[in-house]
Every structure is written in C-alpha cells, then in structure tokens.
Design a binder for this molecule. Structure first.
Ligand SMILES: Cc1ncc(COP(=O)(O)O)c(C=O)c1O
Length: 400
C-alpha cells in the first residue's frame, strides 16, 4: 500500500486531506512523493514561518540532541529559562507557562483566568468569547470556540462561555459588569474564522472596559503572534496590551509547543500544583524555539515581513480589481491574508492551485487563506498572483 492508502486505512478519519503526500521541504518549497515542487502559501497552517530545512532551527535541534532531550519540570533547564526571558523582555508579560499546542495554551489561559478570579478579583468563572472564533479542539478550547459546527456532537461542553459579536461592543458593555464573568478571550485577528481583523478602536475600548471592571483580557495569538502580522506580536498593531496571551504554532520552528504569557499581576494566581505539563518546556523543543525567536527578532526581519505584507495587500487588491464578480473582499495584515469569494468554494480554488504548484488553505466556505513562510520573496508572491489569476480566469470564463 502507498502512503495515502495506509493513511486512509489506519488513521482515524478526522481530516479532509488534499490528494497530496509531501516528503521534503527546503526554503519555501515543498516536494511530493513524485518529486513535484510546490511553493508554500500555507506553512503547515502558520507554523513553518522560517520555511523548511532552516539552518538555525536544524542546528539548534542537532546541538541539543546530543545534550538532553527531556527531563521533568521538577528540574531547571536552560533553554526554557532563556526563552521565557526573551518572551517577557519583548512583550507585556512578566511570566510564561510552556505547554505543547495551541489548544493546551488556551486551557492554561482559562485555568489561570478562573483561579485569578477565585483568589483575587473575587469574580465568577464565566468567560466572554467571540462568535466565529477558533481556540482549539480540547474541551476547554472547544467551549471557548464560538462556532457551533465544531461543538456539534460533543456536548455537554465546559460551561460558562458566552459568545458575542466580534468587533462589536454592544453586548460586552453590559456583560463585563456582571460579576459572574472573569475574562474576555479574543483573537486580535480571527484566523480560522476567515482572517477577520479587529478594529483598533474596538480593542482599545475593550481594554478600557476590562480594566474598569477588573476583568482579565486574554488575547489568543496562537495563529497570528510571533511575526505573522509584521509585528512581533499581533497586539502591537493595535497599541493594546492583554493580561494573558497564548502562543503556539510557529514558536518552535515546526516542533510542538504552546505558551501562556501573563502579566505578573495575573500570573501570581498560579502556584505549584495548580497546572502542569510533562513535556511542556522540554529542552529539545525549547532549543528550537530559542533559535526561532532569535531569527525573527534579528534586525530588519520584521520590517521585511511588513513590506512583503504591504506588497501582498497591493497585489491582492489588483487581483480583486481583475475579478470583481468573483472576489468579494481581500484582507491582509502582515503575511496573513484572505481572499473572500462571492460564490466560489475556497477548497476548490485551493485544489486548482495545488495543480499549479501552490499550497494554500481554505477557511470557512468561501475564504482562501494565505499564510506563506515569513521568508517568502516578492517574486514568489508575484508567481502566486499569476497562478491565482489563471485559476480565476477559468471561472470567469465559465461564469460569463
Ligand atoms: C487562534 C487559534 N487558537 C488555538 C488554536 C489551536 O491550536 P492547536 O491546533 O495547536 O491546538 C488554533 C489552531 O488553529 C488557532 O488558530
């Protein structure tokens, strides 16, 4: 049996996969089992921000392999301490907790918010979350997720979540006054929800409301943190600092990781025994994460991401102008973008783009998401736009 047949026979049927088996990557290019190459505008869903076969990531892993892969968190380890310092010195945070995935970071954030409320703010356990949000698949994260399609069949969920409209304060203004609520969780840019970018005024006002009512503000930056938006953290685009922030995806250069960052004031609610993870913060993964963090904080790296983001924005608007009947809207912040179609199924477009040698992801029914590695070059962006125009041209002819 080949890779696809084995997968379909032995792996649980939870993923709608593209008909493509990938075996190797280098830079922004991936190769399938037949040696065909693809330029990556997906990055393993915003994970491979430095692309593939990155020297700094590889060397950090190889060097650490010979020293220590894992010890428990009953002991101190260097890579964990070093990255925690870097994350704190470069953000609003005073303390970090390491875990292994985005969903796990959300679980940590929820637990921290609840125990903070119990110990200090004396508020209830409920949390305000956003409609159309996505926070992960474990029960806490799933419950925080404001999309019914992910809940169906798994009820009862964790109680206490109220979903309000994203980018709209109408309901929140009253809810935050209710002492049953201890936190608001929001993605500054909803990734899975369709690349919906929060308004600066909305986040600022939300911050004011949460401060005034002594309620914690949690930003989920699992998808858009760590350079994706052209700033080190997405919140920096909005001049608003949260109390707690979750990170994951790209942080360890492709190895599994999650992190909960918090202000000292909030983090003090955790004490030994409250929360833990066997693998969280392990030396091998954290060595890769240190290498990743050092790369993206090098002089000029993020400025370059911003420039390429601006360039993508111009090019996507050109594409929209070329296909006004097919493309409803384009949205870009840094190197995460959406092409929203009127009627076309984003998955169909993604399949056509694969045939032309480009990988993208479809979110929601009609939104094609672009999250290329942050090392993508302008000429590769041009190549993508050319192929996207070819694909859409076929539909233009059909719909005429
Ligand atoms: C904003 C956000 N939060 C949380 C998650 C869950 O992360 P993971 O799949 O690593 O559990 C995701 C995954 O896409 C995400 O985009």
């Amino acid at each position: 049996m080949n890779i696809k047949e084995l997968t379909n026979k032995y792996i649980m049927n939870t993923y709608g996969r593209f008909d493509l088996a990938l075996v190797k990557g280098d830079g922004v290019t991936l190769f399938d089992e037949n040696g065909k190459s693809y330029i990556d505008f997906a990055s393993g869903i915003a994970v491979n921000s430095l692309g593939y076969n990155n020297k700094a990531i590889n060397s950090s892993i190889i060097e650490q392999l010979g020293k220590l892969i894992h010890v428990s968190n009953y002991f101190y380890t260097g890579p964990q301490a070093l990255l925690a310092e870097k994350l704190c010195k470069n953000s609003f945070a005073g303390k970090v907790f390491f875990c292994n995935s985005g969903a796990e970071s959300i679980e940590g954030a929820i637990k921290l918010a609840r125990i903070f409320a119990k110990k200090f703010s004396k508020r209830g356990y409920k949390i305000i979350s956003m409609q159309n949000s996505f926070h992960g698949r474990t029960f806490g994260a799933l419950s925080a997720t404001g999309q019914e399609k992910y809940h169906n069949g798994f009820e009862p969920l964790l109680g206490g979540f109220t979903y309000v409209k994203f980018n709209d304060l109408t309901d929140i203004e009253n809810l935050v006054k209710d002492r049953e609520y201890c936190a608001v969780i929001v993605e500054p840019v909803q990734g899975e929800g369709g690349v919906n970018i929060a308004d600066r005024g909305y986040l600022k006002r939300l911050r004011d409301l949460t401060v005034k009512n002594d309620i914690l503000l949690i930003f989920d930056e699992v998808q858009v943190g760590l350079g994706r938006t052209g700033k080190l953290f997405a919140y920096m685009n909005f001049d608003v600092e949260p109390d707690i922030m979750t990170l994951a995806k790209p942080l360890a250069g492709g190895l599994p990781i999650g992190a909960v960052l918090a202000k000292d004031e909030a983090a003090r609610a955790f004490e030994p025994g409250n929360h833990a993870s066997t693998f969280g913060g392990g030396p091998l993964v954290l060595s890769a994460a240190n290498a990743f963090f050092d790369e993206i904080t090098k002089d000029g790296f993020l400025d370059d991401v911003l420039k390429k983001g601006d360039y993508t924005c111009i090019k996507l608007n050109d594409l929209k102008a070329q296909f006004p009947k097919l493309i409803k809207e384009v949205r870009t912040i840094g190197l995460i973008s959406a092409i929203e179609f009127y009627d076309l199924k984003a998955k169909d477009i993604a399949v056509k783009l694969i045939e032309k040698g480009f990988l993208t992801t479809a979110v929601q029914d009609r939104v094609l998401r672009l999250t290329p590695p942050l090392i993508i070059k302008k000429d590769e962006i041009d190549l993508f736009m050319g192929k996207a125009a070819e694909v859409l041209n076929d539909y233009k002819i059909i719909t005429k």
